[in-house]
Design a protein around this ligand. Sequence first.
Ligand SMILES: [Zn+2]
Length: 217
Amino acid sequence: MSALQTELRGEIIAVSRTLDEAGLMPNKSGNVSCRSPGGFLITPSGVPYRQLEPAEIVELQAEGAPRAGGLRPSSEWRLHAAIYAERPEVSAIVHTHSPRATALSCAGLGIPAFHYMIALAGGAIRCMPYATFGTDELAANAVRGLEGRRATLLANHGVVAVGASLREAHAVAFEVENLAMQFLELRAAGLEPMVLSDVELAKVIDKFTDYGRIDRA
Ligand SMILES: [Zn+2]
């Protein structure tokens, strides 16, 4: 295993564990991947995140074929492959069933641009129609939901967050859950959010771009 491979596998495990410990990946749900030379690395199916070893991270070719033996990749590998194929600037993907964002998805609700931090996701977050897990249909829905965005909800399922690095995808996934919590609080209180205009949102997106790294925002 090359030094780069070892580093990327370690980063995937670190991100998965942080998300798991924060309660964003309940009951072994979700998956994490990043590009590697010629393909991508992804968490395996069915291994608890706290037990993950670098050798258990699965390497797939860009179109999804496994490199060699080893564990089965996450059942959502098609979703990851489809996003990497469509989005050259995306280097890492985090998929979660984080509780609050997933609750919104189960009502078919996206997240409006009611707080400036939604600029991390590139604007209001869509909720895409339901499709069976692991299917090409779900993968295509995710790609459409991510058009011009770094995050989307998938109805009755969960969240997809992407970034130019694992750190970015991780930061977006956490912020989506935070925004979902705030939006649910507003709704629970019977309040209507004041939605930010596209002009105001564009200013924040510019400022975040100036930082150079969205996870420092
Ligand atoms: Zn899932």
